[in-house]
Design a protein around this ligand. Structure first.
Ligand SMILES: Cc1cc2nc3c(=O)[nH]c(=O)nc-3n(C[C@H](O)[C@H](O)[C@H](O)COP(=O)(O)OP(=O)(O)OC[C@H]3O[C@@H](n4cnc5c(N)ncnc54)[C@H](O)[C@@H]3O)c2cc1C
Length: 226
């Protein structure tokens, strides 16, 4: 799949972590295929997760009362968003595959990654207000959540104490990615690496590497709540 472009939005503080290894495997395997791989290493970049007035350069559309969503939409249309957001937009536009790599925090993504979603996926760029169906603007792009958990797989079943993993996936896959028009690929979930023996951890990384070899052929999954 030479020539394909992938973006990895990576949210972990420690390169030696399991998330760091997942990211490294993806960079290595996709590069080996001849893909061009860009990484947004959010902690390393000290990515600003807060949606504030500073995201809009110059005059506000309504200086009387800040409505962040409206202001971000207007600023996007007028090319007045802050430089860090324009840079992330360029990366997303180029990418045909976006992998989000993160540890599960409070049944969701870490704040720094949520902040990326809040600030980067602005109206006009990622979606428009729904008129009927199909509000997403990031069409013909695949997106995949790759994350690690503290709880094990049995915990994340309907009978398990954490509830089915599909409840965790729903807001992220349906509420964000599919809403923005992405073709959502099956998630890559690394359950409880902290409690897995070394050989099992290696095996998890090997199966990720193996999956990546045919990732471009994968079809999107339906983002439904089971
Ligand atoms: C604020 C917060 C909220 C959380 N909320 C939740 C929650 O809601 N639900 C939940 O389930 N969990 C939760 N957790 C737990 C969290 O999801 C896990 O701690 C995290 O996913 C583990 O991933 P890691 O990359 O940090 O693991 P690490 O601890 O970095 O990695 C696990 C082990 O793998 C080793 N390793 C790294 N690379 C390799 C390699 N190449 N080969 C072999 N071994 C390797 C590491 O050295 C380490 O020993 C939460 C944690 C925090 C801090």
């Amino acid at each position: 799949m030479a020539g394909k472009k992938a973006l990895i939005v990576y949210a972990h503080q420690e390169p030696k972590s399991m998330n760091g290894s997942y990211k490294a495997v993806a960079v290595e395997e996709l590069s080996k295929q001849g893909c061009s791989v860009t990484v947004s290493d959010l902690y390393e970049m000290q990515f600003e997760p807060r949606s504030t007035r500073k995201d809009i350069i110059g005059e506000l559309y309504n200086p009387e009362q800040l409505n962040y969503g409206v202001e971000a939409f207007e600023a996007y249309k007028n090319g007045c968003l802050s430089e860090d957001l324009k840079e992330e937009h360029r990366k997303v536009i180029e990418a045909e595959l976006v992998i989000f790599q993160f540890p599960l925090y409070w049944y969701s993504m870490p704040a720094i990654l949520k902040g990326w979603m809040d600030r980067v996926l602005v109206q006009g760029f990622a979606f428009n207000i729904p008129k009927g169906s199909g509000s997403g603007l990031l069409k013909n792009k695949k997106a995949l959540l790759s994350f690690t958990t503290g709880g094990n797989q049995a915990m994340y079943t309907k009978e398990g104490i954490s509830g089915d993993i599909s409840y965790v996936l729903w807001p992220m896959q349906f509420g964000i990615l599919q809403f923005c028009g992405f073709d959502v690929l099956a998630p890559q979930i690394c359950f409880a690496p902290e409690y897995a023996p070394l050989e099992e951890r290696r095996q998890m990384l090997t199966s990720w590497e193996k999956r990546l070899k045919t990732i471009w052929e994968e079809k999107p999954i339906p983002c439904i709540l089971e």
